[in-house]
Design a protein around this ligand. Sequence first.
Ligand SMILES: Nc1ncnc2c1ncn2[C@@H]1O[C@H](COP(=O)(O)OP(=O)(O)OP(=O)(O)O)[C@@H](O)[C@H]1O
Ligand SMILES: [Mg+2]
Length: 359
Amino acid sequence: MKFNPNQPYNLLPDLPPSIELETKVVLKKCISATAALAELRGVGDLIPNQNLLIRSVGLQEARVSSEIENIVTTTDELYKALADSIDKVNPNTKEVLRYQEALDFGCTEISRKPLITTNLLCRIVSIVKQQDMDVRKLPGTKIVKNDKEVIYTPPEGPEIIRQKLSSLEQFIHSEKELDPLIKMALIHYQFEAIHPFTDGNGRTGRILNILFLIQQKLLKVPLLYLSKYLIEHKNDYLNGLKSVTESGAWEPWILFVLSAVEEMALRTRDKILAIRQLMQSTSDTIRERAPNAYSKELVELLFYQAYSKTRFLEEANIAKRQTAAAYLKSLEDIGLLTSVKIGRENYYLNNRLLELLKQ
Ligand SMILES: Nc1ncnc2c1ncn2[C@@H]1O[C@H](COP(=O)(O)OP(=O)(O)OP(=O)(O)O)[C@@H](O)[C@H]1O
Ligand SMILES: [Mg+2]
């Protein structure tokens, strides 16, 4: 039976597809993608305070993943929001922070209990959307191109959707011998094809990828993100999903996902190395030119809060109010930070870090 984009695809087959998936090209690509991922894990370990990295890399992911949904904010806005009060920031920035919150929540859950369930996905999408979400009850959800052409209608009816999600859960946790990166490619397609929610499926699916990698122990902490690659290759991404449905084109889809993993792992590795280098040179500069202000804790703070203020130094027990203010001022004097006044408060920006993150 030919696939009809206007008909709910209730016949969406469960995973795995009954074809040979581990072809020669796929296996070859698997090897290089796996190696890149291992390198990323390796450099992650070089950074003393991993929370710092997870946050800066994670915020960029939240920003870019939300951008796919046309929720655009800037790196500066995001850091400012974290340093300031979330109530004061614009709606897009808020939404991006929700993605980050959903991701954090998922990671915490997975580390407590390594099970990816329908319930967990519902809770994640509820955080992304800031409202109680359940699987779709009503018909009418379609994937449309350029606001008119329907390219896909996902399965309809809550029972069918739940049943497909439950098969997906089983596949995720099955011991079947399949390379985990290939498995992730299959899972991402399947989740998007089920399209269980009225909205937020893309973002939830991208969070699911990360949770799966952590659950499989391919990542220790959430450091690998594909969203940037998906934006840069948006047409290939969307065509890839479409072609699996229309013609069972699994091989190109799997290769696409493997390329995304490989390239993003290497790019993130480079970024981490650059952050590490910048931390080192910042630390050296402070020791040399403002030795009174130097402490390891202060350097870490400047990389955790790209917008710093006196209160943060006080809270981190780095210095009391007046001394803290003097420290920040002296770091501005030697060109490491730039101060800006937001409202009535003085913030000190780590511009080099922000530049690096934006690249
Ligand atoms: N032909 C297709 N078949 C299955 N899934 C698709 C297809 N085309 C796009 N998708 C998926 O649908 C997602 C969009 O769905 P939805 O609007 O519910 O998610 P979102 O998180 O709000 O949006 P976005 O992914 O754009 O941020 C895309 O990101 C993609 O993953
Ligand atoms: Mg949407």
